[in-house]
Design a protein around this ligand. Sequence first.
Ligand SMILES: [Fe+2]
Ligand SMILES: [Fe+2]
Length: 306
Amino acid sequence: MSESPLADWHERAGVRVDPRRVLGGDLDAGKVLFPERLIPYLAHPLVAGLDPGTREQLVARHAYQYFAFTAHFETRVVNRATELIANGRTDVVLGGDVREDAYKIYCDEAYHALYSFDVVRQLEAATGVAALPYTFEPVITELDAVAAECLPQAGSLPYLLQVVVFETLITSLLAELPNDPDLVGLVRTTVRDHARDEGRHHAYFARFFRELWTGCDLRTRREMATALPRLITQSLRPNQDAVAATLRAAGLAEPQVRDVLADVYAPDRVRQTAREQSVQSVRLFRAAGVLDLPGADEAFAQEGLI
Ligand SMILES: [Fe+2]
Ligand SMILES: [Fe+2]
């Protein structure tokens, strides 16, 4: 077996070596908190004509939501499963190395959550735009519902698949934001720090999945093949409740909010985005043999992923 992707964690992990990132004077220099092109509702006719101050508020809150999603997902979904691995509480028996690496990831994700919260607070203080309360409940409720429906035997497997899916999805934001010169350095650098850690997590969970898959019986594999595509689309689904809250705060009336959401997050567009964002994950599952099972093709196709 080749060396663990977390073998040099003590020398390279962000939580071990990176300094705290601080905002500095970038806002005065005209840098933005989030690229407008990546905020789909900004171009909607009901939003495009809002005054510049209100649009800036929307951009700020979109950035806040990106980081709030990260903080919630890391602590409530990723680390919920990582704890099971670290403490040896999974149904499958895991070796000491796999468990020790899970403790490292647990620390990484807790730190990612901490600096995500820190970034939002720094941006709030500098812009004067307050963050709205972030609603994560719909995200985790849906994820758990999919897992419960597809994997009725429960145990640790639903949580393990949730973490494998999320950690092997390399969303384009992690690659795109650090290289955007118009973005405030705090956001750029924070996302770059995060992406470096996530590269190691991706490798760990890709390997973890192959071993998990190999160790499962055929019936469990069939259930996994149905669960995986649904967990992928669920993990990539935009949090529309959170967007609705920022649109309301920008002064849109309820029917307008509904119109914007219906247009911007039309099912076809959401499916298209999920397909684009999951190419690498689908490749990984295909390489592991998931799509060779009868019915697996159809399950992935039904979610629009292949
Ligand atoms: Fe993370
Ligand atoms: Fe991670």
